[in-house]
Write a protein that binds this ligand. Structure first.
Ligand code: ADP
Length: 424
């Protein structure tokens, strides 16, 4: 403010001098005009110098000047210096961030809203084969696996997708996309070759052991049957031992069969066939009714939708659910099976009025070998693998298992298939 007051006082003094001179010379207007012109020229000159200084980037110190122009130069100079310092700090931060992401063992790629590559780290260049010149290219032109393109388009990034590396098909990558900022996405790819190898070894081991156990078990069962036939009932101990051994061998056979089925589900390629669910459910109900459960099963077919999937897998899942409902409810209580459609899904409900499951157990019943411990009058046999099989089958059909249950009241197991599974 002080500098402006000084400028105004100088202008007023000059104007007063002109007024005094005009009293003697009567040259008021020409002198005032001349004063205005001098002011104008001075400021035009300063403006020109200022513009020149800015045009050359305002490098170094600003030109020597006085008054209000010195003040303007000083302020611009200060703002520039402050910005320069901020820029330096920011670029240091960016450098540090780049260095740390470059050092990451996992590949990281920043994608724009249009799927173009904005930036990639060293690991991305090594495992995904991206080049510095690929900046601006669309990622799907460089990683062309159909699973990846489907994953990118789906916008469902909760789970990673497993792909081979474009440079080495023996290397497996878990690729995951994370949304951030304004439409930007971060693609992360982690080498999971070893993990997958170990997983494969575990699956192969379980499958091989189960397979190898099958034959000795069948032989054992055959001998036990022969011995049972030969038993004349003279020794109670022998009779009960033979029955016990038969029961245990059967249990082991079920276990081996379930383990083999699970291993099969984990490794086998998916099949896509059109399944007549009404027919399938009718068959399953008839089979179960034939084995003791006459009159207990109520089949409600509210939809005639056919579905795309694998019939044998679904048969096994639905049979397991129905078998459980019959097993875990009293012998005279009904079990309902309902096939229907909602706005978002094709649903199969298996409803019973049995013993129900507590909320804590609901979260765990689909785990392998998990069996709820309850005090029952009669021991119910099982392997603890039935619901794990159901979950796996449903996963392979992009479906969900929804469990509603209340202790002592009953349960509803719902298989909800997405509408994309509907056979047109
Ligand atoms: P299991 O061979 O023991 O039946 P599952 O995996 O099929 O193995 O089921 C796991 C556990 O979930 C069972 O042990 C049982 O306690 C519980 N369960 C499953 N279905 C039902 C049901 N319909 N009602 C009550 N409990 C159930």
């Amino acid at each position: 403010m002080g500098i402006w007051r000084r400028e105004i006082i100088i202008a007023l003094i000059l104007f007063l001098i002109i007024c005094v001179i005009s009293l003697f010379t009567k040259l008021f207007f020409p002198l005032t005009f001349a004063l205005i012109i001098i002011f104008l020229c001075h400021h035009l000159y300063q403006l020109n110098r200022f513009e020149k200084w800015l045009r050359t980037g305002g490098q170094g110190d600003y030109p020597k000047t006085k008054g209000v122009w010195e003040e303007i130069y000083y302020h611009v100079y200060r703002i520039k210096k402050h910005n320069k310092r901020r820029k330096k700090k920011l670029s240091k931060m960016v450098d540090r961030f780049r260095e740390s992401t470059e050092a990451l063992p996992d590949a990281a790629v920043v994608l724009s809203a249009g799927d173009e590559i904005e930036w990639a780290n060293k690991a991305a260049r090594e495992v995904l084969g991206l080049l510095p010149s690929d900046k601006g290219q669309r990622i799907q032109n460089l990683i062309r696996f159909p699973e990846f393109i489907y994953y990118l388009k789906s916008k469902q990034y909760d789970e990673p997708v497993i792909l081979p590396s474009p440079l080495n098909n023996r290397m497996l990558l878990a690729v995951r996309i994370i949304n951030y900022g304004d439409g930007l996405r971060l693609l992360l790819a982690q080498d999971v070759t070893q993990l997958k190898q170990m997983e494969r070894m575990r699956k192969d081991f379980v499958a091989n052991v189960s397979h190898e156990l099958r034959t000795p078990l069948t032989v054992l069962k055959g001998y036990l049957e022969t011995l049972e036939d030969m038993d004349n009932g003279e020794s109670l101990l022998l009779t009960s031992s033979l029955r016990n051994m038969q029961g245990q061998t059967e249990r082991m056979q079920h276990l081996v069969d379930d383990l083999l089925l699970l291993a099969h589900l984990e490794t086998k390629n998916k099949k896509h066939e059109i399944i007549d669910i009404r027919k399938l459910l009718n068959q399953i109900c008839h089979e179960n009714e034939a084995t003791l459960e006459i009159g207990r099963i109520e089949l409600i077919l509210d939809s005639d939708a056919q579905m795309i999937g694998e019939e044998n897998e679904l048969r096994s899942a639905f049979t397991n659910l129905l078998g459980n409902s019959l097993k875990y409810s009293s012998e005279d209580s009904p079990v309902q099976i309902r096939w229907h459609e909602t706005e978002t899904a094709l649903c199969l409900d298996v409803i019973d009025k049995g013993e129900g499951i507590s909320p804590a157990d609901i979260a765990r019943v689909t785990e392998r070998f998990y069996r709820v411990e309850t005090k029952r009058d009669k021991k119910i046999s099982g392997t603890g693998l039935g619901l794990a099989i159901v979950k796996h089958v449903l996963m392979r059909h992009d479906a969900q298992l929804i469990i509603h249950s209340e202790l002592g009241k009953g349960s509803c197991f719902q298989c909800a298939f997405p509408l994309k599974r509907l056979a047109k």
